[in-house]
Structure formats: C-alpha cells, structure tokens
Design a protein around this ligand. Structure first.
Ligand code: GRF
Length: 208
C-alpha cells in the first residue's frame, strides 16, 4: 500500500481525478494527505468532503523560499509519502526540497515539454501557430518543468482557439493522463534510466 501526498494551490481538478481513479480502480495506494500553500484553495473542500486529511502551509507566512520549503517538507513527511504528486502546485521549489523527493515526486505541466516550461503555455502554443498542444507528466528535478518524462497527452489546436477553449480541451486529457501516470508509479512500473523513463510491463498475476 503506497502513501500518496498531493500538493495543490487552487482548483485541484487534477487532484480530484487522481483521487477518483484510485477509488474507482482500487489501486494499492491511499491518499495520505492533500496539502495546499493557499488556505483558500478550492480543492481542499473536495478533499475534506472525502475524509482525506488536509493541511495548509501558507507560503506568505514564511520570509524565504528555503524556510517555506523546509516547513512544507516537514508537513509532507509527517504523512510518510512514497509519492508526492504536484497537481497545480504553483511554487518554484528549492533544490534541497526537490532532492529530498528525488524519484518520488511527479508534476503535470500543460505543454508538450520540452516546449513551453513556465506559465502561459496555452497562449504560447496559439501564438506559435502550433497545430498540436498537450500536457506532460514528469518526475520533478531542480530545473523548472524539466525532468524525466513519464507520459504526454495531445490535443489539436483549432482555428479560433483562445486560451480558455484550448485549456478546457486539454484539461479533459490531463484528467486521464495524471491518473494513468500515478497508477504506473503505484504499480512500480516506472524506472528512471539515465534521465529517461522506462515503463515496465504489468506484473504477471500470481497464481497459486
Ligand atoms: C493544470 O492545467 C495543470 O496542468 C497545471 O495547473 C493546472 C492545475 O489545474 N500544472 P487544477 O488545479 O488541477 O484544476
């Protein structure tokens, strides 16, 4: 049984998709906690309503990034996570924090990385005239929105698309992609090899 801690900053729809898939598909895992850096994050309400333990570590109460990350790490580790899932967690993380969770922290980013790290990805795809846009789940490394790629989902960019229409189309795919990737981790099917992720075949069902 793996412990998952999910970090959010807002709406939390990707967190919700992971929680629902875990429950519906009976993964060998449980959501140990949902933690937000914003007390008003909408996603906290969903987690509380499901009886999931929640915590808030408000970044504005800390003078430096290092102090905040240290407090966050302490809170996360109380829940003994096997995996930390960043789901719309809008913070740049310090290197020691990232190092502490090396190989056990995933992020979802709304672009086909390595294209468009950072913010404003949907508009960038539109402005560049891209025919295709997408989302990426990757292991978190010290460099923002980099790190070994687990899986990507693609959507077309359609004529007349705005940031809103494109992000809404992509979000539907994110809600399938992130549960898929987290489940692979939970089932021990991800191996990082020289910066690349290998997806292992599912374990054979054991017979007696
Ligand atoms: C998603 O688009 C995700 O890819 C990005 O931030 C957004 C979070 O949305 N990292 P939500 O909070 O999961 O609804």
């Amino acid at each position: 049984m793996k412990n998952i801690v999910i970090l959010i900053s807002g709406r939390g729809s990707n967190m919700e998709a992971v929680v629902r898939a875990l429950d519906a598909e009976g993964w060998p895992a449980r959501i140990a906690a949902v933690i937000s850096n914003k007390p008003e994050a909408k996603g906290l309400e969903f987690a509380r309503a499901r009886g999931i333990p929640t915590a808030v570590v408000a970044n504005k109460e800390y003078a430096t990034r290092a102090e905040f990350d240290a407090a966050l790490q302490e809170t996360i580790d109380r829940f003994e996570p096997d995996l930390v899932v960043l789901a719309g967690f809008m913070r740049i993380l310090t290197a020691p924090f990232v190092e502490h969770y090396a190989g056990r922290m995933l992020n979802i980013h709304p672009s086909l990385l390595p294209l468009y790290p950072g913010l404003g990805t949907h508009q960038q795809a539109i402005d560049a005239g891209d025919r295709e846009h997408g989302a990426t789940v990757h292991f978190v490394t010290a460099e923002l929105d980099h790190g070994p790629i687990v899986a990507q989902a693609r959507v077309p960019v359609l004529p007349g698309d705005t940031e809103d229409t494109l992000s809404a189309r992509l979000l539907v795919e994110e809600h399938k992609l992130y549960p898929y990737a987290v489940r692979l981790f939970v089932e021990d099917r991800l191996e990082i090899d020289n910066g690349d992720v290998r997806i292992l075949a599912p374990a054979e069902p054991t017979s007696i």
